[in-house]
Design a protein around this ligand. Structure first.
Ligand code: NAP
Length: 259
């Protein structure tokens, strides 16, 4: 299948590791020039070299916090007319909601709701004018099935999901789609630290906890980041033009519902 994306330009947040990097690699593999973002410069530049070497496309690395106004300005200066935006950064910490004060909630809202909304605000009119745009927000399976210790994530990401549900219906007429990808358990650095905290809470070790978690998935394993990247590339391709406002759960079947 031809994805028809060669020469397109993409911005991918949180892309020095994990799911963001996998999305960048998959898009670059389809001939898309990618601007990748993360805060830690060395690791980001390493990822940029790896993606460029594997795909031969132009890779631009911008080492900033994507959830700040200055960060977004720097990213848009490097890639002023993106055709594709993948909104992604870190997830908020786990915990008990009794311990979260206003600052903790504002940080979660900034990182997992407002950052994406501001990036959409700053790029969507250009996409509409050029009559092509694909926006993908990496959210979480927690939007569909809340995870009690990830209350900050459940709340903030649901806010983004609600906002996008409305906007996505207004932009499709211009061939600009907006969708959310909901990762279940994918084997990334974030997943490792989450498994470590669960292991501590349940007085066991990391390896044991990892096995228990994988056994709890119908697929008997965690997802591979490249499987996630491929779904992202499909949504961003020419074939994704009739898919908008959707929440695609990629979780190995862990969510037990029919719908
Ligand atoms: P990861 O392995 O920890 O990678 C996160 C990436 O984002 C890194 O490149 C990190 O680099 C970058 N980043 C973090 N905060 C940033 C910021 N403010 N500005 C720019 N870059 C930033 O995480 P992941 O597993 O790929 O997860 C990606 C997203 O999916 C997270 O929001 C996570 O909560 C969500 N999610 C993941 C899973 C899973 O199974 N992996 C499941 C559900 C939801 P720097 O730290 O250097 O900036």
């Amino acid at each position: 299948m031809e994805f028809g994306m060669e020469g397109r330009r993409a911005i991918i947040g949180g892309a020095s590791a994990g799911l963001g990097k996998a999305c960048a690699m998959a898009l670059a593999g389809e001939g898309v020039d990618v601007t990748i973002v993360a805060r830690t410069r060395d690791k980001l530049e390493e990822a940029a070299s790896e993606i460029a070497a594997a795909t031969g496309v132009k890779v631009t690395a911008v080492a900033v916090d994507i959830n700040t106004d200055e960060g977004r300005r720097a990213v848009l200066a490097a890639c002023p007319e993106p055709d594709i935006v993948v909104n992604n950064s870190g997830g908020p910490p786990p915990g008990d909601f009794r311990d979260w004060d206003r600052d903790a909630w504002i940080a979660a809202l900034n990182g997992n709701m407002l950052g994406a909304i501001f990036m959409i605000r700053d790029t969507i009119d250009g996409m509409i004018a050029r009559r092509f745009g694909r926006i993908v927000n990496i959210t979480s399976s927690a939007v569909k099935a809340p995870i009690p210790i990830l209350g900050l994530s459940n709340g903030a990401r649901s806010g983004l999901t609600g906002f996008v549900a409305g906007l996505a219906r207004e932009t499709i007429i211009h061939n600009v789609t907006i969708n959310n990808l909901l990762p279940g358990d994918f084997e990334t650095d974030r997943q490792k630290s989450y498994t470590e905290s669960l292991a501590k809470m349940q007085n066991t070790n990391y390896e044991e906890m990892r096995k228990i978690r994988m056994a709890g998935n119908p697929a008997g394993r965690f997802g591979r980041p490249e499987e996630f990247g491929a779904c992202c590339a499909f949504l961003c391709s020419v074939h994704g033009g009739f898919i908008t406002g959707q929440n695609l759960l990629i979780d190995g079947g862990k969510y037990p519902g029919t719908f």
